[in-house]
Design a protein. Structure first.
Length: 132
């Protein structure tokens, strides 16, 4: 499973701002690669081993919780078998069993201490689409 983590704190010197760290947590039996695109350009790519998490993006905000749609126009989640998901506002190739990481609400993330995680599970791996 794959998890996205968001963490919040106010150590930037402004009590009205909080740091948001977006993470994926992979709880599947194998690695997963997550590519984040913004304005058509690859901004970050991370391979997350099984039972580990990867911080995909960090930003400060004075607003309420923001999901990946705040910073990206698409996310590609890819497993070693070339199956996975393409999550964007203009595609239906994202995870269908739960809200997309781009459109998720705060309640769709797992919060541990000051971090928010989007979980990629073994079931997400099993249900992944052929995106190659």
């Amino acid at each position: 499973a794959f998890v996205i983590i968001l963490s919040g704190c106010t150590d930037d010197g402004n009590a009205d701002s909080k740091q948001i760290n977006l993470y994926f947590k992979n709880t599947s039996n194998g690695p997963v690669q997550v590519d984040l695109y913004a304005e058509g350009d690859l901004r970050t790519s991370e391979i997350i081993p099984s039972d580990q998490s990867g911080n995909v993006y960090t930003f400060y905000t004075r607003n309420s919780f923001n999901n990946f749609g705040f910073i990206t126009d698409s996310l590609v989640i890819k497993y070693p078998n070339d199956n996975g998901y393409i999550c964007s506002p203009s595609t239906d190739l994202c995870i269908s069993s739960k809200p997309s990481p781009i459109n998720s609400a705060e309640a769709d993330f797992i919060k541990e201490e000051d971090r928010y995680y989007y979980i990629l599970s073994q079931q997400d791996y099993a249900d992944a689409l052929n995106i190659d």
